[in-house]
Design a protein. Structure first.
Length: 94
C-alpha cells in the first residue's frame, strides 16, 4: 500500500469544462493507481456524473454554480466525491 493521493478541483458547472475534468482526473489517476484499476472507466464515470450535475442541477434549473470534485486514490481504492460547490438547494418542483 502506498500513500493516498487526494486532489480537489472546482470547475464551473458548464459543459465546456467537462474536457478539463477528464484531463485532470486522468492525470491524477495515472501513476497513482494499482494495475487492476481501469483508469479509463473511472474517468468516464466521473465525466458522466459531472455531466448529470451540470445538466440537472444547473441547466434544467436555470441557475449557475460550480462543481467540486474530490478524488482520493490509495493504490487499489479510488474514491470520488462530487458536490455542488455552493451547497445543495431545494429542488424547484418540490
Amino acid at each position: 500500500m502506498g500513500t493516498a493521493v487526494t486532489r480537489t478541483i472546482e470547475v464551473p458547472g458548464q459543459t465546456e469544462y467537462l474536457k478539463k475534468v477528464r484531463e485532470i482526473v486522468g492525470h491524477t489517476l495515472e501513476g497513482s493507481v494499482g494495475e487492476q484499476m481501469n483508469v479509463h472507466a473511472i474517468v468516464l464515470a466521473v465525466d458522466e456524473a459531472v455531466s448529470n450535475i451540470v445538466e440537472h442541477a444547473y441547466q434544467e434549473a436555470g441557475r449557475e454554480g460550480d462543481v467540486r470534485i474530490t478524488l482520493t486514490v490509495d493504490r487499489e481504492i479510488c474514491t470520488v466525491v462530487l458536490e455542488e460547490a455552493d451547497g445543495c438547494r431545494k429542488p424547484i418542483n418540490a
